[in-house]
Each structure stands twice: as structure tokens, then as C-alpha cells.
Write a new protein. Structure first.
Length: 199
């Protein structure tokens, strides 16, 4: 798990370890270079997250590992950072998946509020996500912004909050999830278990 000062690392590590998977938290580029799988967690704003990642000196090793085919899982803000950028900040993202991050917007009289907080059904779309989520599943979301992919085949899953939005993205062995698997009980544990088995 990539430690760049943003994210709920302990809870994610505990969920991996519950299935006897070796899970380490590190900010050391050399250790990250040797990892068989990478998790890029994150909470908070896009701009702060990218600045933290840059100041940690981990951008190059994370992008190189992802492009080499090392399985990478971005969680919440970590999923958004995989994209090209966000309207939340002037910072560019990692650019690993084409697309941007935009804010939820609703009319003033709408019953829908920002941020979107709570449980929601997730519908698998992409081949990798469909192979992981094989039963009706609900995941826990906390977010004000959501991903818009440039290419439809990078949409791994969708959910609905007033209208459909991208709940997960995938490209090769990279996957990003807008929800929090570490807060999603058995559904999240199953997803992390499948990720750990990804070659």
C-alpha cells in the first residue's frame, strides 16, 4: 500500500490480512518497486492528494509499475488520481486512464445532496470487475466528485445517485473504485481478495 500521507491505510491492510495476504504500508520507492501488487488509497481533495504524491517522490515508481502491468488498485481519491485531471484542482492527475473527475451537480430543489454518502448497488460493466463481482453487491461511498471516462470500455462498474455515474474504472491490470471496500463488509473483502489473486 502506497503511503503518501493520504488515506485510511490501516483498515485496508487489516482487511487484506484477514485473508492471510501479506500487506505492507510503505513510502519507500525501493520497496514499492519490488511489490507484486500496489494499492493507491486516498481521501480528501484531488489537488492535495497529487501534491502529496509528488512531494513523496512516488509518482514515477507508481506510474512505471502500473504501466509495466503490476496490478494496481486505486481506492476513492486514489481512483480519481489515475485520471488525467479534476475540475476540483489545477493539478494534473497520473494520466494512466483517459478521463477527468467532475463534481456532482443537482438543482437547488433536488433531494440529492453533495457529498454522496452511503451504501449503493454497483453494476459490473468491465470484464475484470465482472469476474470479481459475481453477485448483487453494495458498496459504501463518500464522495463529492465522480469520474467521467473518455472511453466507454474503461468503465468497470456504475452506480446510481440521481443518475448513473462511474463507480469503478479499469484498464488492463489497473482498477480504480470510487467506493471504500474497507468499509463495505463482505462485499469489500471479496473485492480485495480477488485483487490479491490477480496476476
Amino acid at each position: 500500500m502506497v503511503d503518501y500521507g493520504v488515506g485510511n491505510l490501516g483498515s485496508i491492510r487489516n482487511m487484506f490480512r484477514a485473508d492471510d495476504n501479506v500487506a505492507e504500508i510503505s513510502a519507500d520507492p525501493a520497496k514499492i518497486e519490488q511489490a507484486t501488487h500496489l494499492v493507491l488509497p486516498g481521501v480528501g481533495s484531488f489537488g492535495h492528494g497529487m501534491r502529496q504524491l509528488k512531494s513523496s517522490g512516488l509518482v514515477d515508481v507508481v506510474t512505471a509499475k502500473a504501466r509495466s502491468g503490476t496490478p494496481l488498485l486505486g481506492i476513492c481519491l486514489g481512483a480519481q488520481l489515475l485520471m488525467e485531471g479534476s475540475e476540483e484542482a489545477g493539478e494534473s492527475g497520473l494520466g494512466l486512464i483517459p478521463g477527468r473527475v467532475v463534481r456532482f451537480r443537482f438543482p437547488p430543489a433536488s433531494r440529492f445532496r453533495v457529498p454522496h454518502v452511503g451504501w449503493a448497488d454497483v453494476e459490473p460493466k468491465g470484464p475484470l470487475f465482472r469476474s470479481w463481482v459475481t453477485e448483487p453487491s453494495r458498496f459504501y461511498f463518500v464522495h463529492s466528485y465522480h469520474i467521467v471516462c473518455k472511453l466507454e470500455h474503461h468503465v468497470a462498474a456504475t452506480s446510481v445517485y440521481s443518475s448513473a455515474f462511474v463507480a469503478a474504472v479499469e484498464k488492463g491490470s489497473m482498477i480504480g473504485v470510487q467506493f471504500h471496500p474497507e468499509k463495505s463488509h463482505r462485499f469489500g473483502r471479496n473485492l480485495l481478495r480477488r485483487f490479491a489473486l490477480l496476476k
